[in-house]
Design a protein around this ligand. Sequence first.
Ligand code: VIB
Length: 215
Amino acid sequence: MQPTGSKQMQQTVAELMPQFMENSFVKGIATGSLSRAAVVNYVQQDNLYLDRFLTLYQQVLGALNPSLLEQTEHDIQRENGAHQVLLQAAQTTTDQIMTPLPAAKQVTRAYLEHMERATEQSVFLGLASMQACPAVYRELAQRLVQQGANRADNPFAGWINFYVGTDDDFDHTMFHELDQLSPTVMAAERQQAQQVFRKSCELELAFFTQAKEDD
Ligand SMILES: Cc1ncc(C[n+]2csc(CCO)c2C)c(N)n1
C-alpha cells in the first residue's frame, strides 16, 4: 500500500534528522552553549520569517479552512514564547534586536520565496511548503529531550520544552489537513508536494546554519 502523503513527509524528516542533530547551532542548543551573536542572529531572522509565515498561513488557511485558521493562528503568535527563552539567555529584548529592523539574510529570503512560490501555484503546495516548520521542530525537540538536553542547567531547556510541548497538535492537525486535501489534487501535484516539503526541510537546516555565519 502507498504510504499517505503525511507519512512520506514524516519519513523525509526522519531521514534528514541526523543532519539536524549534527548541526552546530542545534548542538549549541543541546549543550547550552551558543554565542550571543548566534542567538541574536537566529531570533532576528526568525522574527522576519514568522511574520511572513503568519501572513502566508492566513492566506492559505483562509482559502482552505477558515475555522481551522481561527483555531490555530494563535499557535504561531505564541512562538514568541520560544524566542523569549533565547532572548533571556542572550540578555536582550525583541525591541533591542528588531530596531532598526534587520535585513533578511539569504536563507531567510530563499525560504520565504520558496513558500511564496509554492502558495502561488496552489494552496495544497503552499500548505506542504509550510508543514516542514512544525514537523521539523517537533521531531527535533523530541530527539533533544531523548538526549536529556532539556536538563535544568541548560539555558535553552525552555526552548526545547516549548517545541516538544506545544507543537504536537499543530503538527498533527496540519498533516491531517494535507491528507484530507490530497485526494482532491492530481497525482503529479501530490508528488510535487513531497518535493516542496523536502526543500523546506533543507531550508530549515540551512536556517540554523545561517545563524552561526556572519554575512
Ligand atoms: C525557521 C523556522 N522554522 C520553523 C519554526 C517553527 N515554527 C514555525 S511556524 C510553526 C507552527 C506553529 O507554531 C512552527 C513550529 C520557526 N520558528 N522558525
